[in-house]
Design a protein around this ligand. Structure first.
Ligand code: XMP
Length: 518
């Protein structure tokens, strides 16, 4: 969707909350983009946004080198909402007062409305809000009136209805603020006058039109990985250009149970996409023969994947001009391309799911998910009719089960782990925890232990249950699974999976552990 009066610019004043704010704006069905605070008034004007939101940030507005905005932005007449640091910045820049009172507020507190206002229209006199501030606004900006207080914030919200400038000291974007989402919607719809037109259907329409305009009558190639992003990207491109799309699925033999079948079923049988299914397990196991070093495994898998993909692409005539596919679909998401408040250039996805791109093939990229957050990708996937268990699939590393098999990766060991993983996932799903957990899977260590089954001694592998909660995989906490669930999983693993006689639980968070074992 092109920037226009229906876009909200979220100015990033310190990285921590801008993404969440941008997501909340979209949940209110208005398109949002994150911009660095160094954006100039001329650049803002050129983008013609319908509103501006100034994010929170970790600094004090009086600190040296604390981030600010071009003061001419205030004069553009664009409706504006400042949140936390953003509100303090407005107070400082617009002749209000911010004071280091020495009494900050962190966490839950009670907001008391002192006057009725359009911003806090539907709020009760007292409500719970989430705070995180050291300094406090002690006088609202010139022309604005103070709307509410908290124990440590004399001006916890202010409004200048005439100039449509608003500020809140608390964080409406976090779930702990009772009516936070309502406040964001009130600002966007009622005060800034933005229509709630950003819906799954409108996203699909806009993306389809964009893909058609970009691709024209050329052919497009897409590598399906089994993951959500490549599946949704492929479904969008297919909706846009139908049989100009060719999908390639390389079965490495290191996928989860039923993954290959589901890709076939969904893309070939349900969507009727042209699908090339390369059954390459033998090549991968041969290449991994005798290899135990984790980084070598990754490298071998990544390189072989690219080689196979190149073979298919060349067979289709890619890189030869004429009839071959000219475009390659990439599942890049918005968080991968956001320019942060620090002004650093876009951060391109480093862990590409399929292990990298063929470098010497001359493709143009088609990136239909570039404007979307993960939750939007899932919603679009559901709207396009992709099956629930594909759309909500947990992240899975590009090298597949290989990074969960400590030591040598053989066909037999991959089979043990795949069967064990299916049991873990099945029970986690039955317990209703699958979506809540960031990842939950089985790991196969490189030891065998003694056990006793019936009258006989066994000498077989243990399986480690790994389940974590996380927001972004940068940090993670081990999941406190219910004991009963652990017991059920353990019983099933030992009874149903040949080659397993013991079960352990990984109780390491990240850091110091990583999520995967290799
Ligand atoms: P770690 O194990 O580093 O994983 O805590 C963080 C997240 O990244 C995934 N992961 C990978 N993804 N190729 C990928 O595409 C890889 O080589 C790879 N290694 C780890 C992991 O599943 C987790 O979500």
């Amino acid at each position: 969707m092109s920037p226009s009066e229906s876009t909200v610019l979220v100015v990033d004043l310190g990285a921590q909350y801008a993404q969440l704010i941008a997501r909340r704006v979209r949940e209110a069905h208005v398109y949002s983009e994150i911009v660095p605070h160094t954006i100039t008034a001329a650049e803002v004007a050129e983008r013609r946004p319908g509103a501006i939101i100034l994010s929170g940030g970790p600094k004090s507005v009086y600190e040296e080198r604390s981030p600010g905005i071009d003061p001419a932005i205030y004069e553009l007449g664009i409706p504006m909402l400042g949140i936390c640091y953003g509100a303090q910045l407005m107070a400082r820049d617009l002749n209000g007062t911010v004071t280091a009172t020495g009494r900050g507020e962190y966490g839950r507190t009670t907001l008391s409305a002192t006057t009725s206002s359009r911003l806090l229209d539907a709020w009760p006199t007292e409500s719970v809000v989430w705070m995180s501030h050291g300094d406090s606004i002690t006088a609202a900006p010139e022309g604005a009136i103070a709307l509410a207080t908290t124990p440590e914030a004399p001006v916890a919200a202010f409004a200048d209805d005439e100039r449509r400038r608003y500020g809140v000291q608390f964080h409406p974007e976090v779930a702990h603020t009772d009516r936070g989402q309502e406040l964001i919607a009130t600002f966007l719809h009622d005060l800034a006058g933005l229509a709630p037109t950003w819906t799954n259907v409108s996203i699909i329409e806009a993306e389809v039109a964009k893909i058609q305009a970009q691709v024209g009558s050329e052919r497009v190639l897409c590598a399906l990985s089994g993951g959500v992003d490549s599946a949704v990207a492929a479904a969008l491109v297919y909706k846009a250009v139908g049989h100009q799309l060719v999908c390639v699925f390389v079965d490495t033999g290191l996928m989860r149970a039923n993954e290959a079948d589901q890709i076939e079923e969904t893309f070939r049988n349900q969507f009727h996409v042209d699908l090339i299914h390369v059954k390459a397990a033998d090549r991968f196991f041969d290449a991994l023969d005798g290899v135990t070093d984790p980084e070598r495994k990754r490298k071998i898998i990544g390189e072989l994947f690219i080689r196979i993909f190149e073979e298919v692409a060349r067979d289709l005539g890619a890189g030869t001009g004429a009839e071959g596919p000219r475009f390659l679909v990439q599942g890049t998401l918005y968080p991968d391309v956001i320019e942060s408040g620090s002004g650093h250039a876009a951060n391109i996805k480093s862990h590409h799911n399929v292990g990298g791109l063929p470098e010497d093939l001359d493709f143009d990229l088609c990136e239909p998910l570039r404007a979307l957050f993960k939750d939007e990708v899932r919603a679009v996937g559901e709207e396009l009719g992709l099956p629930e268990n594909l759309v909500w699939r947990q992240p899975f590393p590009g090298p597949g089960l290989a990074v969960r098999i400590v030591g040598e990766v053989t066909r037999e060991r991959a089979e043990i782990l795949r069967n064990a993983d299916a049991v873990v996932v099945d029970e986690i799903r039955k317990a209703g925890l699958y979506r809540e957990l960031w990842q939950s899977f089985a790991v196969l260590p490189a030891v065998r232990t003694v056990g006793v089954m019936g009258d006989a001694r066994t000498y077989a592998y243990p399986i480690v249950i790994r389940a974590v909660t996380s927001d972004d995989a940068m940090t993670a906490d081990w999941a406190r699974l219910p004991y009963d669930l652990i017991e059920t999983i353990a019983n099933r693993l030992i009874n149903e999976v040949d080659g397993v006689n013991r079960v352990a639980l990984d109780v390491t968070s990240k850091p110091p552990g990583t999520i995967e074992w290799e």
